[in-house]
Design a binder for this molecule. Structure first.
Ligand code: ADP
Length: 835
């Protein structure tokens, strides 16, 4: 060591107590400034010193009383600390050894004796000298201190076990010692905390403060350690998982390669597909984004499958492709469309005209504008095939989708991608099927749309059909705007009633009322039969049908407004013909012409007989006309009256409105009891049963009112109803007759079943002019305004006289079945009785 500085002049000494030891210390001591370390009493610590001030201090102490003052520097980076750079509380230490190391530095060993406050620190010849004040007071611990200490020790043990940096002996010593001061300082010395924190612990004025301070520091440290551990675990866990996945995938890849199913290039195939696809800008951006996501994923993960599906949809949906059918140039004109519609369909003049209006707009504007077409009519009247013809005429693809039973908005608009197995809604599925951006899309059965808690598919459909909105149709799955504005939408429905109101406002309704027999004949000859012959592989001109074969099939084998069953029967017929020919080729005798008598053998026993019902006038049986989802229909209304207590029974799948009509008819009968010659209290002494057969078909609506009243009064008065008369009209309680809808369809049904007279409400009379000529020629219409007029026309009072003697309440066929006025369409002669 070098020459010592001038001696430090201590004026008096300070007494320091440490447990049972007492030390007398001079009140001026050389200072050893500490960097990043705080010394504590009791703690023995080695230090490496190298700064001149430190070396000087150590030398002075070593050569005199061997006491130094250890004080922490406020800032560890200060190389030559001045008075203000060190704290004001330090620890007096005893210098136990000084060793020169070969590298030039000096190693000293110190033992902390006690903490002291310092009143002054001064520089003296290159070293710092401190003037000591009173040492810290040592107070015996109380019970609360003991409790805090226990908690502190528990925490310390936990801390030691988590950090694993504290020697076991320290923990053992700390937990085994009775001296709380000693234990606390030992703990403080071993905590891995920053200097200011340690310094604060050292400066604690009392034992209680020291213990509480330590406890707080330990609690904070434990929290930090727990957090570190959980982060660590997570990181470790994810590394493990990733490694595991990576390992498994590598194995899978090797296995696949061995098996020859190497799909390593799959991703690059998708990438190439995205790159080369003809996509609008925003779609491409989205596709690229998804592709990037896909690249980052393991190819086998479920998320990757979801993204692949999504990309697949983007790639297969038509975004820009226009037409996909080969069409001659200039086919977008009205004349061409008219030719095609006529070539495919008989009649339907009105409907074709309306379609041509739309096509004209399309040709001018280049896209659909205004309300969309809605074809309303019973099954089999050609709604779908009209759609197909339009597509053919315009050279566009045709897609049809049924919306019957769709309850969920998501079926139209798709499910969000978060759902497992989700996909776009039906509209976009249809677009994918079409493969072009401008197909003709037929939305079938919009009157059967449901609606429940899963949303309203009708409102989604509104958006689809609205030219203002459908340019940016938003499907939940796709999450990209899709342009539907070039699609030619056509909707269809069986009845108007089921179409949601909001939707009906946006549609141009075109009605197809059903076909007359002559129309069916023409359709069968010109379209259905040739088509079925072709399907059966026989030449049309080789098939010879007797002239009454087709009428017989229509009347006796079908009962429908459209021609679907008719087509089915003709398909059967042509198959039979094909078989006959095949058998003839094998030697059997061929018969060339098909006669109407052959039909039973070929098509089975005829299920219908239109003449049967009208052969007899009957008591309590009237003929109503209804308009149902399968078109105009004839309803037989039966009423039976038996002695009883006034019960009214209604059967035959009747809707509420029809039941109310029955109630109104009964009230009317009671109010007219005197005029009708009924007993005043008949409603109390008789049970009345009203039945409308064919119970499987639900029937509703008020238009059967007058027919129910007629059957009821007939049953009560025992006067038969004319079988040739059919009727339709709503009844009021006072017997007024109110107008009804669907007159044309009903009239067609009446003619189909060979009724000659139809009673209609006066207020419907205006519509009679518009009826097809065939109907006007075949049926006599009787407009009426009151129930009295109805009874006058419908009841056969002559028949009543002839049958009144009968006890069974049933009338035989009346001798005078001809209605009061007008000409009568001849009832078709029943076919020869071959069955
Ligand atoms: P809808 O869609 O109204 O139920 P479809 O279009 O399926 O009826 O018609 C049933 C069959 O009847 C089809 O084969 C169709 O070509 C044929 N058809 C219907 N009306 C006509 C018509 N006016 N002319 C020619 N064929 C018709």
């Amino acid at each position: 060591m070098r020459s010592p500085p001038s001696p430090l002049c201590a004026t008096h000494s300070v007494i320091i107590k440490r447990g049972s030891d007492t030390f007398e210390i001079p009140d001026r001591l050389p200072v050893l400034p500490l960097r990043d370390v705080v010394a504590f009493p009791y703690v023995v610590m080695p230090l490496l010193i190298g700064r001149q001030a430190s070396l000087n201090a150590a030398q002075v102490a070593w050569e005199s009383h061997r006491f130094v003052l250890l004080i922490a520097q406020r800032d560890a980076s200060t190389l030559e600390p001045k008075s203000r750079d060190v704290y004001r509380v330090g620890v007096v230490a005893h210098l136990q050894s000084v060793t020169q190391l070969p590298n030039g530095s000096t190693r000293i060993l110190l033992e902390g004796l006690g903490a002291v406050s310092v009143s002054r620190v001064a520089s003296h010849k290159g070293a710092l000298v401190a003037t000591l004040v009173e040492p810290r007071e040592i107070v015996a611990p109380d019970a609360a201190d003991e409790a805090t200490a226990r908690q502190m020790l528990q925490r310390f043990e936990e801390y030691a076990s988590l950090t694993r940096r504290i020697p076991v002996e320290v923990v053992q010593f700390a937990t085994g010692s009775d001296d709380l001061y000693r234990t606390s300082f030992l703990l403080a010395a071993h905590l891995n905390v920053r200097t200011p924190v340690r310094q604060r612990l050292l400066e604690s004025p009392t034992l209680k403060d020291l213990l509480t301070g330590l406890n707080k520091v330990l609690a904070g440290e434990l929290e930090m350690l727990a957090l570190e551990k959980s982060i660590d675990d997570e990181v470790r866990g994810s590394i493990h998982r990733n490694q595991r996945e990576f390992y498994l995938q590598e194995q899978l890849r090797v296995i696949n390669r061995e098996l020859g199913n190497d799909d390593g290039d799959d991703l690059s195939e998708v990438a190439t597909a995205v790159e080369t696809a003809d996509l609008p800008e925003d779609v491409r951006t989205r596709a690229d984004k998804e592709l990037r996501k896909l690249r980052r994923m393991s190819p086998m993960s479920p998320e990757a499958t979801v993204i692949r599906n999504y990309l697949d949809w983007i790639l297969t949906l038509p975004w820009v492709t226009e037409k996909t059918l080969e069409v001659a140039p200039g086919t977008m004109d009205v004349a061409h469309t008219r030719d095609v519609l006529n070539a495919d369909h008989h009649g339907l003049r009105d409907v074709k005209e309306r379609i041509l209006d739309h096509v004209a707009v399309l040709a001018n504007v280049g896209k659909m504008d205004g309300p969309m077409l809605c074809l309303v009519g019973p099954p089999g009247v050609g709604k779908t095939s009209l759609g197909r013809s339009i597509a053919r005429a315009l050279g566009r693809k045709f897609v049809r989708m049924s919306l019957g039973g769709v309850h969920d908005e998501a079926e139209i608009r798709g499910h969000r991608r978060t759902y497992i197995g989700s996909m776009p809604g039906r509209i976009l599925q249809g677009m994918r099927r079409a493969g072009s951006v401008n197909p003709v899309m037929l939305l079938d059965e919009i009157d059967k749309l449901g609606r429940d808690h899963r949303g309203d598919p009708g409102s989604a459909l509104l958006e689809v059909l609205d030219p203002e909105q459908n340019k940016t149709f938003n499907d939940h799955y796709l999450e990209l705007d899709y342009d539907l504005s070039q699609v030619f939408f056509i909707t269809t429905a069986n009845t108007l009633g089921g179409i949601p109101d909001a939707l009906r406002d946006r549609l141009e309704i075109v009605r197809l009322p059903g076909y007359l027999e002559t129309e069916k004949l023409a359709i069968a000859r010109e379209f259905l039969l040739p088509r079925q012959c072709e399907r059966a592989g026989i030449a049309m001109d080789s098939v010879k049908l007797d002239p009454d074969v087709l009428p017989k099939i229509i009347r006796y084998y079908t009962r429908e407004a459209g021609v679907r069953d008719l087509e089915r029967q003709l398909a059967r017929l042509t198959r039979k013909i094909a078989r006959r020919r095949a058998e003839a080729a094998e030697g059997a005798e061929p018969s060339d012409t098909i006669l109407s008598t052959d039909l039973t053998a070929m098509l089975g026993v005829a299920p219908f007989d239109p003449d049967e019902d009208v052969r007899q006038d009957q008591v309590g049986v009237s003929t109503g006309l209804a308009y149902t989802s399968v078109g105009g229909e004839v309803l037989d209304i039966e009423v039976s009256v038996v002695p009883g207590r006034g019960r009214l029974q209604l059967t035959g799948a009747l809707g509420d409105v029809m039941k109310e009509s029955a109630g109104a008819a009964l009230t009317y009968a009671r109010s007219r009891a005197d005029q009708l010659g009924l007993q005043r209290d008949f409603h109390k002494t008789r049970d009345i049963h009203i039945h409308i057969p064919d119970g499987a078909t639900p029937k509703d609506g008020p238009s059967a009112g007058i027919a129910i009243a007629t059957a009821l009064i007939s049953a009560l008065t025992n006067v038969p109803v004319r079988a040739s008369v059919a009727m339709t009209g709503e009844i009021t309680l006072r017997g007024r007759v109110l107008p009804i809808g669907g007159l044309k369809e009903k009239a067609v049904a009446a003619l189909r079943t060979a009724r000659t007279d139809v009673i209609v409400p006066e207020r419907n009379a205006r519509e009679l002019d518009e009826l097809p000529i065939e109907v006007k020629n075949g049926i006599r219409f009787h407009p009426v305004s009151s129930m009295d007029q109805v009874l006058e026309l419908a009841l056969n009072r002559t028949g009543a006289r002839s049958t009144s003697k009968r006890r069974d309440g049933r009338a035989a066929r009346s001798a005078d079945a001809t209605p009061p006025t007008g000409k009568v369409l001849p009832v078709p002669t029943p076919p020869p009785s071959t069955h």
